[in-house]
Ligand binder design. Structure first.
Ligand code: ITT
Length: 196
């Protein structure tokens, strides 16, 4: 049987492919190229459900979607659901992280706490809906470093990694520790329960 991943982010496709393959190797993962819903939720869970429902309705298959972002304590949790478009309507990862560093320029190290959040929705054709979430705590760096990952990884220093940024980690290191990895822990049993 098949499952659809409702995302256009190739990094997410890679990370999701690995978890599905590890949990349900019998499931064939397909991409979604149907109509794009408007992501106008105010919570990560709203947007994850909007994306997964659209893909499930259009394909008749179980659908997975991730809505994620970075939440900065001194900004009251922003950028949050606005992470992809923080510096404007263009989805420009470098502009986004530079703006965020600018906004934190007066904030000293002990007050730069932040976290990545990944919220994953699973919607089945019979209308069942599940939402799981993973959180990766850390703090914002003073400047970008590292060549791996995507998005805000170069300016996020996850707790317990000796001051290395998420972009300094290898892919296996990031995929073992990240917010998405933590959400996957809760997702795996739901995938196990999907019809065979
Ligand atoms: P889809 O909606 O097509 O899945 P997207 O990238 O637009 O792709 P979101 O709307 O959920 O997804 O935006 C999430 C943003 O949060 C993403 O563009 C990054 O800027 C940031 N983000 C999420 N996970 C991240 C990670 O693991 N590392 C770095 N940045 C991340």
């Amino acid at each position: 049987s098949r499952i659809v991943l409702a995302t256009h982010n190739p990094h997410k496709v890679e990370e999701f492919g690995a978890i599905v393959a590890a949990t349900r190797p019998d499931l064939e993962v397909v991409g979604y190229d149907g109509p794009e819903p408007v992501e106008d939720g105010v919570m990560f869970a709203d947007n994850a459900l909007i994306k997964a429902r659209a893909a499930a309705a259009h394909t008749g298959l179980p659908a997975l979607a991730d809505d994620s972002g970075i939440c900065v304590d001194v900004l009251g949790g922003a950028p949050g659901v606005f992470s992809a478009y923080w510096a404007g309507h263009k989805k420009d990862a470098v502009a986004n992280l530079e703006l965020l560093l600018d906004q934190l320029s007066d904030i000293a190290d002990p007050h730069r706490a932040a976290r990545f959040v990944s919220t994953i929705a699973l919607v089945t054709p019979d209308g069942r809906e599940h939402v799981v979430e993973g959180v990766w705590p850390g703090r914002l760096a003073l400047r970008p470093s590292g060549g791996g990952g995507f998005g805000y990884d170069p300016i996020f220093l996850p707790d317990g990694h000796d001051g290395r940024s998420a972009a300094d980690l290898t892919a296996p290191e990031k995929n073992a520790a990240s917010h998405r990895a933590r959400a996957f822990v809760a997702l795996a049993p739901l995938l196990q329960n999907l019809e065979r």
